[in-house]
Design a binder for this molecule. Structure first.
Ligand SMILES: [Zn+2]
Length: 82
C-alpha cells in the first residue's frame, strides 16, 4: 500500500546502494516545509550509504525535462527501440 501512495514511490532507486527512496517531509509546519526523497538505507544508517536526500521539486523538474525530451523526440528515441 505504501508503495503506491505517491507518484515516485518505489520508482526511485539509490545510485549508490540500489535501495528504494522514501518520501520525507522536512521543516514540518514551517512556511518553507519541503518534501524530499532519501535512500532508505541512508535513513536507517548513514554510514552504510552516503547518498544525500533530494528535494521533490528537483526530481519533478528532472522528470519533466526527460518527459518533454522524449515527447518531442520520440521518433528518434522510442521507435528504434520498438
Ligand atoms: Zn543508498
Amino acid at each position: 500500500m505504501y508503495q503506491n501512495r505517491y507518484a515516485f514511490s518505489s520508482r526511485i532507486l539509490c545510485g549508490e546502494c540500489g535501495t528504494n527512496f522514501r518520501r520525507q517531509k522536512i521543516y514540518i509546519g514551517k512556511t518553507y516545509e519541503k518534501i524530499q526523497w532519501c535512500c532508505y538505507q541512508h535513513i536507517k544508517d548513514s554510514k552504510k550509504c552516503s547518498q544525500k536526500a533530494i528535494r521533490e521539486d528537483i526530481i519533478q523538474a528532472a522528470f519533466l525535462r526527460l518527459w518533454n525530451r522524449l515527447a518531442s523526440n520520440y521518433e528518434e528515441i522510442l521507435i528504434p527501440i520498438l
